[in-house]
Design a protein around this ligand. Structure first.
Ligand code: ZZB
Length: 261
């Protein structure tokens, strides 16, 4: 599985969590990024937040003299064999934090329409897939749409501040013949998906939206506006990587477990 690792820089001056604050103070001269693994780099214009698992453990990994990546140990080990470590195959851990302590962190999301977005909780972030950080695109991901809708409705229940998601509406990125320009919203409405826990229906919606977007979608935003998604995808990925905003991250096939797991 070849992912694009999206580098989401932590906005240090906005951090409130005391554990994260003290780690960042210790890493003062470095740039710290949450790295989100995605198969849909062309949707990065529509990021409204990013997700972590509350109970997952995240490491702060030394990538080079300047950059520190925040992701699971498993991802850091894989990355260390792919050029993202000072010594090949040997990841260096600078600190550790729980997903719970990352909630509410403001990060810069590359290409996003919003100036910064927040880290929010998602139950089914898989520890053994990607980096354990999942960027959220509610316009084109049924999972992200249903979860952000719930977070907006019940911020207290989820223990988040309403302002971390309230004003972050889905952004139109891709026009499709059957689902319009908010594929995930339409698919979830059509299938009457009420809850982020409705796995069976969500998997159905996800497959429909994936296919429709990739085979029939046209970009309606960004540098490749008007181009088909299939053509734009590799170009947007290259643009992100060339600008130092993303990395190419491969995962050994045997490790990969689908989101529906
Ligand atoms: C942004 C995005 C935008 C995604 C979209 C999907 C969609 P798959 O096909 O099942 O392999 N993801 C990445 N890591 C994890 C994890 N550890 N736990 C749970 N989910 C994870 O799914 C790949 C997608 O699963 C990735 O691409 C990421 O969400 C998520 F518009 O990133 B995606 C129709 C889907 N649309």
């Amino acid at each position: 599985q070849e992912y694009t690792g999206i580098k989401m820089e932590v906005l240090t001056n906005k951090v409130e969590n005391p554990k994260l604050k003290s780690i960042l103070a210790q890493l003062k001269s470095k740039k710290v990024f949450l790295v989100a693994a995605t198969l849909r780099p062309e949707t990065m214009y529509g990021q409204t937040n990013t997700f972590v698992g509350r109970d997952l453990e995240y490491g702060f990994w030394e990538i080079n003299d300047q950059d520190v990546f925040v992701c699971t140990e498993r991802a850091a080990r894989n990355m260390a064999f792919q050029g993202f470590a000072k010594t090949k195959g040997k990841p260096v851990r600078l600190a550790t934090i729980s997903g719970n302590d990352l909630i509410g962190t403001a990060v810069k999301a590359p290409l996003a329409a919003y100036d910064h977005v927040y880290v929010l909780p998602l139950e089914h972030v898989l520890a053994n897939k990607g980096t354990g950080v999942v960027t959220s695109v509610p316009s084109d991901s049924p999972d992200d749409y249903t979860m952000t809708r719930d977070l907006k409705k019940k911020p207290d229940f989820y223990g988040i501040k309403a302002e971390w998601i309230a004003k972050y509406d889905p952004i139109a990125i891709i026009q499709t013949p059957s689902f319009g320009n908010m594929s995930a919203v339409k698919a979830c409405d059509d299938l009457k998906i009420a809850s982020p826990k409705d796995r069976v229906q969500l998997d159905k919606a996800k497959e429909l939206v994936y296919k429709e977007g990739f085979y029939s979608g046209t970009m309606v935003i960004g540098a490749y506006k008007g181009m088909s998604v299939a053509d734009a995808k590799p170009l947007i990925r290259k643009q992100l990587v060339d600008a130092g905003l993303a990395i190419v991250y491969s995962e050994p096939e045997k490790d990969v477990i689908s989101r529906s797991g």
